[in-house]
Ligand binder design. Sequence first.
Ligand code: ADP
Length: 399
Amino acid sequence: MKVLVINCGSSSLKYQLFDMNAESVLAKGLVERIGIDGSQIKHTKTGMEAVVKATPIPDHKVGIQLVLDALMDKGHGVLSSLDELSAVGHRVVHAGEKFSTSVKLDPQVMAALRECIPLAPLHNPANIMGIEAVTEVLPSVPQVAVFDTAFHQTMPEHAYIYGLPYGYYEKYKVRRYGFHGTSHYYVSRRAAEILDKPVERLKIVTCHLGNGSSITAVQGGRSIDTSMGFTPLAGVLMGTRCGDIDPALVAFIAQTEKLDIKDLDALLNKKSGLLGVSGLSSDLRDIEEAAAKGEPRSKLALAVLTYGIRKYIGAYAAAMGGIDALVFTAGVGENSILVRSMVCEGLEFLGVSIDQEKNKVRGKEADIGTSGSRVRVLVVPTNEELVIARDTKRLVAAD
Ligand code: ADP
């Protein structure tokens, strides 16, 4: 069974084609600058060099057609006929409170996704465009949506209700939703497999640290709290997002700097975080390099970042009454030896102790705890696409 996984943004589209019998990736690629000058598709057949084709891509439908052409190409393609494609799985950012698991797409589900647009005005419209484009080009192929928010729907009320008038929750569905759910789900399951223990018996803190970052408390396999909130702006410091701040600062900055809502949104989402504190870069590699040379603001940015993560780990240990495993994933979590080391420093009281030699690992599964560490500390590369492909296969096969 072959499943195409699509992650559609407003001007880009990432894809991976899976052979689900072996759970292997046959090909993957990226369509960039959809609707913008300089658009292109970069396609890689597993085991071959990437092929880049620059061509006008006015909309997502043309983008999808190019993906299918690349998959069928005689030279770098992997399909001899589109009939080989059994299903398409989409990453969809927001399902509000409507879906707590992945679903097969039909007109009712599409209507529900449209209703969630106010909750994710930048992301859901792009995800919907991707689904509509596939529907036009491949009308008879079943499609599945896998949601970033779904895994967090198990959070108890006391973790998701904000200290605001309750009517805002009733009227506007204002609450904590959380994101990166597919990643937290995958790495928590994988951690249980690595530890050879049932996930139902484990208390795990999963740290998805990338450009966007979130931390989740996974108790008995279920998300019981997570650091992102109504939007992906909350929580720890990120590349360009501020994470948790005093909400009264928004009005203070608006007044003092004479900013309107659009400016404020850009300030908090695009000019803050590592970039804002360091004044140098949103990319952790640049920050690490500058900090190593003694640059004070980069050192500060690293300290703010790792202190914030450590506080969340402590908070979630309190929320779960202890922790059995701490998991690092995504660009920073999988690759930054320094961030992992700084985060774990001082967590010995919780039973977290890492082996500095074992910690010298990038992008690979590893147990980096000392042999005496009561809490297992794991690096687990995330694989959201595989979760999407598996859910897609399961839901389509269930028919
Ligand atoms: P996104 O949230 O956009 O998916 P990623 O998960 O790809 O982001 O993470 C990107 C971040 O990972 C960047 O800040 C980058 O600097 C960091 N990163 C990638 N490789 C390394 C590395 N070798 N050392 C330190 N940081 C790294």
